[in-house]
Design a protein around this ligand. Sequence first.
Ligand SMILES: Nc1ncnc2c1ncn2[C@@H]1O[C@H](COP(=O)(O)OP(=O)(O)OP(=O)(O)O)[C@@H](O)[C@H]1O
Ligand SMILES: [Mg+2]
Length: 324
Amino acid sequence: MRIDVSKLLEHLNPAQREAVEHRGTPLMVLAGAGSGKTRVLTHRVAHLIATGDAEPRNILAVTFTNKAAKEMKERIWALLGNSHRELWVGTFHATCARILRGHGHLLGFDLNFSILDEGDQLALAKECCRELNLDTNRFPPSLLLRHVSNAKQNFIDPEEYMAQWAGDYLKGRVARFYALYQEKLKGSQAMDFDDLLFFVLKLFLEHREVLDLYRRRWRHVLVDEFQDTNQIQYRMVKLLAEEHRQVCVVGDDDQSIYSWRGADPGNILRFDRDFPEVRIVRLEQNYRSTRNIIRASSSLISKNRMRKGKDLWTANEPGEMVSV
Ligand SMILES: Nc1ncnc2c1ncn2[C@@H]1O[C@H](COP(=O)(O)OP(=O)(O)OP(=O)(O)O)[C@@H](O)[C@H]1O
Ligand SMILES: [Mg+2]
């Protein structure tokens, strides 16, 4: 595999190029929609390999949604000229499933554990409600599952949940439900989506040798759509990168669309605090939207108090007027 380094840099604007070439400290790229964040990430992966700064096997590139992962994967393979088994690119969930297939036995899981989809989950939840004699009008299974999901995303296990909420009318029942639900999952060697993340974090915290293995392997950790990461994903990234500190996160501090899935926009501020030597690059040119959309969204965005400032501009046509 030979990649021409100067060709790689040719189709990048100066800020994008800076982010792709940056080495030595953690990197955070902040930009609005359509400003080439994914382009930076994919080119950075190819650039690390092309310059010899990293072997494909030493790179982990992750993101939150299947759609973003698919896009990232296709664009990286296109730049590299072919796909590469040793280079891990995918969603956090797929990455975690792969880790657990390798080391889940340390937590008592069969290596070919099954992964429940939403339908299976609901069926299992109903079974738990029946066994616990829970009135499903007052405690709909889907609501119980949401509480469980929330707990898992905050890395709270059934025992801790019970200890915290035993005396509470609603959450005390959630606690009993959570305990039984987990027991049944374990009994049938199954995990739900939240378990994939939960158990990898547990694995990393309780089995340092596994964490060390992946720390040594993934000398470069890159995260796309960073604004959508939840607490567990953030802790995972931090654990993997806090020693070598070769981490690049790319995100939009104005558009977390997954707060209902535990995404925590505070992760952008947290990253700044946990990696104080971070280099921050802002991409301020937009390639997708027309000028009027940029102007309208900038004026809305400037009212968002959490953001770390950035300005947007585009060389594109003005386009239709925007009404909001
Ligand atoms: N320097 C550039 N020159 C020309 N086109 C570019 C440049 N940077 C990005 N683009 C184009 O702009 C579009 C958006 O890029 P990209 O998907 O990387 O942005 P993004 O910030 O990740 O968007 P999103 O917010 O949707 O994730 C793509 O079609 C991409 O090819
Ligand atoms: Mg993108």
